[in-house]
Write a new protein. Structure first.
Length: 499
């Protein structure tokens, strides 16, 4: 059986803890790989490698860093199919989704290639007689990244390229459910010329996570995952004096006004709710239909959802793959089976779905729940699967109030032809990312990604300007130099003395 080991100090390092986790092919349910789970001693080794590398990488030139990143970007582009294939094999998402994930990660590598302009400081001259004040940004040291299973390549690439471009070194702790993509990312970085120890990959479970959160040589922690874990990461790392950005869960809403193009809204709802099998924090999981359009909108969503082809991710005909594990599949199904008892109309029931020839895979079909109450579990919880809830509101104001009452504030969308309503919505809605006739408002790389409320713990969003600020710290320098004309008598520097 294949074993995924750590990548520390520029080379593969076999696990020594004796503990391994299973990695399954979600399409077949078979365990195909085992991944080494780090001990605290291995955490120390990874951090030590990063600390040693920081001594030289932290003082390296911007030109040297960006040269490596330009070569890295080219290698990633050339190997994008290989990275996507690893994602499909261990996560289960269809190959086109996996390729899209790699493409979005590449955006941040490209941003990192141009880091020179974003690290420029400021200068004020002659603030007082012969006094100048400048501000600069410097790296912070060893940074840790803890990333989720749903985007095993993209989310790590949201973190470490910017961190190392800013002069830091990095320890990545990817999900143990689909670990192989992270190792390939590190191997390609080494091939691009990244010095040993600048990027390390440490596989593990809670032992590894806690080891990084408590390690005195880790200066900052980036995290993406569920809200309970994000809160824990933020609380623990902050208590240890670390800088933290912890992105949590979501319950993203889409408000559909009576004047909306219902075909466009239905297309968007299906894409945003069921793409990547709903296993993404930017999935639309709640549609709020305003006025009398609800029944027609649900009918159009149902019509489209029934045509989605579910199958193995490596089958080009598949539009949606399986869920990551059988346990997660069963948890998602429980929300559907319990929805009717809590007052919802089950328009589509995806539980019990199987694929011929792959009966042991982690399959679930698309589910559509209508007339969902805000008190129901299917609405309150982040399901993280292909389940779409439809709620009803009589007015725009009622719909916005319903959405703002959610404890989550990650992303949201409005579908309307009314520019005034859209403008009002983007100002009144309590969420960090807003789409206007755009169902998944994930910002491009040079704008930052992050939510509000229980969807973000910490002050900085990820990538973009916020990412650069998170991975650097500011310093202000005040200088005063004597004028050469005021030099002691007998020293002539060639300046006239006629002032």
């Amino acid at each position: 059986m294949k074993t995924v080991n750590h990548w520390i100090g520029g080379k593969t390092v076999e696990g020594t803890s004796g503990n391994y986790g299973p990695v399954t092919d979600p399409a077949t349910g078979a365990v195909t790989t085992q991944v080494a789970l780090a001990s605290l001693e291995e955490v120390d080794a990874a951090v030590a490698a990063a600390k040693d590398a920081y001594a030289t990488w932290g003082t390296s030139s911007l030109a040297a860093r960006t040269a490596v990143l330009f070569r890295y970007r080219a290698l990633l582009d050339a190997r994008r199919d290989d990275i996507a294939a690893l994602i499909t094999a261990e996560h289960g998402k269809v190959h086109s989704d996996a390729l899209g994930e790699v493409a979005r990660g590449l955006e941040i590598v490209e941003l990192a290639c141009g880091i020179t302009t974003q690290l420029k400081g400021e200068l004020s001259t002659q603030v007082s007689s012969r006094v100048d004040v400048s501000s600069i940004r410097q790296s912070i040291g060893v940074v840790a990244g803890i990333t989720p299973f749903n985007f095993p390549a993209m989310v790590p690439m949201w973190m470490f390229p910017l961190a190392i471009a800013c002069g830091n070194t990095f320890v990545l702790k990817p999900s143990e459910k689909d670990p192989s993509a992270a190792n390939l990312l590190a191997e390609l970085a080494a091939e691009a010329g990244l010095p040993d120890g600048v990027l390390n990959v440490l596989h593990g479970d809670k032992i590894a996570v806690d080891g990084l959160l408590n390690h005195p040589d880790v200066a900052a922690v980036s995290f993406v995952g569920s809200t309970p874990i994000a809160r824990y990461i933020h609380t623990t790392a902050s208590a240890n004096g670390k800088r933290v950005q912890a992105l949590g869960g979501a319950k993203n809403h889409m408000l559909v006004l009576p004047d909306a193009d219902l075909d466009a809204a239905a297309d968007a709802a299906v894409s945003a709710a069921y793409g990547s099998a709903g296993e993404r924090c930017m999935a639309i999981s709640a549609v709020v239909a305003v006025g009398a359009i609800g029944d027609e909108l649900v009918a159009r969503i149902k019509e489209r959802a029934e045509k989605i082809k579910i199958g193995p991710g490596n089958d080009p005909a598949s539009e949606m793959g399986p869920l990551i594990t059988a346990a997660h599949r069963d948890k998602v199904a429980s929300y559907v089976t319990g929805a009717a008892a809590q007052g919802a109309d089950v328009v589509l029931d995806g539980t019990g779905y199987t694929v011929e020839g792959f009966e042991d895979g982690h399959w679930i079909g698309l589910s559509l729940l209508d007339h969902v109450s805000t008190d129901s579990d299917a609405y309150k919880d982040e399901i993280f699967g292909p389940v779409l809830c439809v709620l009803r509101a009589e007015t725009y104001e009622e719909g916005v109030a319903l959405m703002n009452a959610s404890p989550f504030g990650n992303g949201t969308a409005i579908f309307t032809r009314d520019g005034g309503a859209a403008r009002r919505f983007q100002l009144e809605i309590e969420a960090g990312m807003v789409g206007v006739n755009v169902p998944i408002p994930v910002p491009v790389g040079y704008h930052s990604f992050g939510g509000w409320k229980d969807s973000l713990f910490g002050d900085h969003h990820i990538y973009g300007n916020d990412g650069v600020h998170f991975y650097t710290r500011g310093k202000v320098v005040t200088t005063r130099w004597p004028d050469p004309a005021d030099a002691p008598a007998g020293v002539d520097l060639g300046f006239p003395r006629n002032h």
